[in-house]
Design a binder for this molecule. Structure first.
Ligand code: C2E
Ligand code: CA
Ligand code: CA
Ligand code: CA
Length: 284
């Protein structure tokens, strides 16, 4: 037993070492990756539950690593946050996404303008250049502020003081929507919502998971119903993430959710794909 235990530890250590090496390698490769243009963005449609039309998309960053292939954001965003690279990387994502939204609008003659959602890391929120950078990016691209939604996680805003909220308020005053991402995972005080310059709640995937089958888990139904009615009473729209089945979509629509996102509609994909999906809607 002793030697088996010893082996287990050795294996565990070797794995931990390998992870640390990869982490270290990825961390040191990050800045050059931005210069070399190894990042790209996929867009996942946001669908209006009432009429099924595509209203916009969330921008999700990926890294095409020369050795490791395509890496998802969970592999490198935490590293970029720790090293500060998230500020230039986040600015790059914002600029690309805003230009993309402008391009969609110019090509899309359908049911109203396509909007874009961009994730903001807490480090970007505390960066003094955020408001100015955002204004300049919108102006350079010629995109109206109301075509942009910035997503901030609930956990980033828990206990947020005025210094943190000030830039968000300025962005909201300009007409940019702020969405509270991963809502329901951060145990925030619901009354706290009134203090935040937020227009949209993005209900975390964990809530929609209980609705994959019909009929849904009754407790999940009650919780989502409560959140939707609270949100609507505060004039907030509700977006649901992780919709994977038609049964989920239908139940969430009946519960009054406004917008949905998930594999049932489309996986994240290249920007041309969004244009095709939106065009299909526009022409029926
Ligand atoms: P998120 O903002 O909660 O984004 C939603 C995640 O759920 C995405 O994972 C998306 O691909 C995935 N997803 C969408 N529909 C479904 C579904 O039906 N089922 C399941 N199981 N998953 C679904 P992804 O692309 O791996 O992104 C992970 C996280 O990385 C994001 O979570 C976000 O927090 C972060 N992230 C992505 N892009 C950026 C960025 O540009 N900046 C920052 N700061 N964070 C980003
Ligand atoms: Ca998000
Ligand atoms: Ca989310
Ligand atoms: Ca999430």
């Amino acid at each position: 037993a002793k030697s088996a235990g010893g082996n287990r530890y050795e294996v565990a250590d070797a794995e931990a070492d390998a992870r640390a090496i990869t982490r270290h390698g990825l961390t040191t490769a990050l800045p050059a990756a931005l210069d070399r243009g190894e990042f790209f963005i996929e867009y996942q449609p946001l669908v209006h539950l009432g009429d099924g039309t595509v209203r916009g998309a969330e921008a999700l960053v990926r890294w095409l690593h020369p050795q490791h292939g395509v890496l998802g954001p969970d592999r490198f965003i935490p590293l970029a946050e720790r090293t500060g690279l998230i500020v230039p990387l986040g600015r790059w994502v914002l600029e690309q996404s805003v230009r993309q939204a402008r391009a969609w609008q110019q090509r899309h003659g359908g049911t109203g303008p396509l909007r874009v959602n961009v994730n903001l890391s807490p480090c970007q929120l505390t960066h003094p250049g955020l408001v100015q950078d955002t204004v300049e990016i919108l102006e350079r691209a010629g995109l109206e502020p109301d075509a942009l939604c910035l997503e901030v996680t609930e956990s980033a805003l828990i206990g947020a003081d005025d210094d943190l909220l000030k830039p968000l308020r300025r962005l909201a005053e300009m007409g940019i929507d702020i969405a509270l991402d991963d809502f329901g995972t951060g145990y925030s005080n619901l009354a706290n919502l009134r203090r935040l310059p937020v227009r949209v709640l993005k209900l975390d995937r964990s809530f929609t998971q209980g609705m994959q089958q019909f009929p849904a888990d009754p407790v999940d139904l009650k919780i989502v119903e409560g959140i939707v009615s609270l949100a609507h009473s505060l004039d907030l729209a509700v977006t649901v993430e992780g919709v994977e089945t038609g049964a989920q979509a239908e139940q969430l629509r009946i519960l009054g959710c406004d917008t949905a996102q998930g594999w049932y509609y489309a996986r994240p994909g290249p920007p041309e794909r969004l244009h095709e999906l939106a065009l299909v809607d526009a022409t029926g």
